[in-house]
Structure formats: structure tokens, C-alpha cells
Ligand binder design. Structure first.
Ligand SMILES: [Zn+2]
Length: 257
């Protein structure tokens, strides 16, 4: 394990497979994970975070003579794509449903910078070094959300599930009108509970029963909102469920998005 002043932790998942962990930014309770696969002197990074994240990961790899040449965007929200500004020219692999997210976060004239150079429409498989990577569209948290399978062993779920670095659940954030999309994506995730789950934010309990429970909590909460004609409070949505989430204040945002 490697720890440096700014708080980045590097874990070697297995040979040529790294996890970079950062703490929360101001006013938030969840940290950031960046997974990097290495093939010789080239690397593929999953999500780029904000500029400061990508720049630290880039520097760490540069010390080993490794250059980031490919990125996968699990989705095109700003905290996943902004780090592109710190990288040299890379291939961008992402869902062809990127427009909705870019319209929220990026001015029209700057959007082309973030657009995928390898745009995913159907399931897409490729090899990188010793890794077999399969991408699957999974509209949920964002319309452009994708699942990333690595060697049929790991599954990166992006923000379909979010946690703090201490493993506490973060409230699922999606607009009220898009809740059905997120519910479908969560139902679909239940099929993959036996995989080692990787997330963009926080620490995940890898016990598959615990994971299924976490998925169900989010489904229950979102269903309560979806099934009520009127606006309900956070307390009403979780009433009698024993569920709790970090960032309950985002409950209001669900009705605004
Ligand atoms: Zn995120």
C-alpha cells in the first residue's frame, strides 16, 4: 500500500490492476475510486474524477513509466469526466447515450472534448493486456450508465450503488421522473451479486447477501417515492424499513431533477 501527502491510497488488486482511493471532497461524505488496468507501459483508467484526481493518478503511473492511453466513463457526470483535462490525448470509451449528461454539466461548445471516441451502442468486448473487458449499457443513475465486467470476475457498477469510504450507503440520486430507469438498473444488478463489485464511490461489502440487501434498500426507498402521487419526505420514504442513507438532504433534489 502506498500513501502520499494528499491522501491518495493505492491498492494492487492483482498483477497490473490497481485501485486508487481518495477521500471525500468538501460538503460530501463519499470518497472516490479509480481503477486502472496496465498493459506494458500503457494504462486504461475507469473514470477520471475531477482534475486533481486524474492528475495524481497520472503522476503516480508516470513514475513507473506508464501512460494512460484509454479511459472508460461509467457515465458522463462531471465528477467522472472532468479529470480528462489533466490527461494527454486518450481514447474515450462510453455509452452513446452521453448527451443527456453532457447537456447538464458541460457548455455546448466544450462538449466535443468529452464525447466518446469509442461510442458504445450494444454490448462491447475487448482485451487490454491480460484483461477481458465487457461493457454493457445500464441506464439508471444516468441514461449513459454502463456496467464494466473485468475477466468475468469483477463488475464495476459506476454510481448505480454509492457508499462512503466507511461502507455506509449513500442515498440513490436520480430525478423523480427517471426513477423507473434506476429501479430497472437496480433489479438488473441483482443478477450479478456474485461478482466482486467495484464502485466509483466508497467501500462495498463483498458478501453477496449483504449486497442484495443494499440493492433492496435502494429499491424500497425509490419505490416509495415513485408510488406516491404527492411529494413525500425522506422520513416518510424510509418509514418502517430500518434503512438509513447518507446525504438525506438529496431527497429534495430527487424532486427537482
Ligand atoms: Zn459520481
Amino acid at each position: 500500500m502506498y500513501r502520499e501527502e494528499l491522501g491518495m491510497i493505492v491498492k494492487e488488486m492483482e498483477k497490473n490492476f490497481y485501485r486508487f482511493i481518495f477521500g471525500p471532497r468538501k460538503k460530501t461524505k463519499f470518497g472516490y475510486n479509480f481503477y486502472v488496468l496496465v498493459d506494458g507501459n500503457q494504462a486504461l483508467m475507469i473514470d477520471t474524477g475531477f482534475r486533481e484526481h486524474a492528475s495524481e493518478v497520472k503522476e503516480y503511473l508516470a513514475h513507473k513509466g506508464i501512460t494512460i492511453t484509454k479511459v472508460i466513463f461509467t457515465h458522463f457526470h462531471l465528477d467522472h469526466i472532468n479529470g480528462l483535462n489533466a490527461l494527454d490525448k486518450v481514447d474515450i470509451i462510453g455509452s452513446d447515450f452521453y448527451q443527456e449528461a453532457l447537456d447538464i454539466y458541460v457548455d455546448k461548445e466544450k462538449q466535443s472534448f468529452y464525447q466518446p471516441t469509442i461510442s458504445i451502442h450494444d454490448d462491447y468486448e475487448f482485451e487490454f493486456g491480460g484483461f477481458r473487458i465487457k461493457l454493457m449499457k445500464s441506464p439508471g443513475h444516468a441514461q449513459c450508465s454502463m456496467l464494466t465486467f473485468i475477466n468475468d470476475k469483477y463488475l464495476h457498477v459506476g454510481d448505480e450503488l454509492m457508499f462512503s469510504n466507511e461502507g455506509l450507503s449513500v442515498i440513490p440520486l436520480v430525478g423523480k421522473t427517471k426513477i423507473k430507469r434506476q429501479l430497472n438498473s437496480l433489479e438488473n444488478l441483482k443478477n450479478y451479486a456474485q461478482y466482486i463489485i467495484l464502485t466509483s464511490h466508497g467501500e462495498t461489502n463483498q458478501d453477496s447477501n449483504e449486497l442484495l440487501k443494499q440493492i433492496d434498500h435502494r429499491i424500497k426507498y425509490l419505490r416509495a417515492i415513485d408510488e406516491s402521487q404527492e411529494k413525500i419526505s425522506f422520513e416518510q420514504a424510509i418509514e418502517g424499513t430500518g434503512i438509513d442513507f447518507l446525504h438525506p438532504e438529496w431527497h429534495e433534489t430527487i424532486y427537482e431533477l
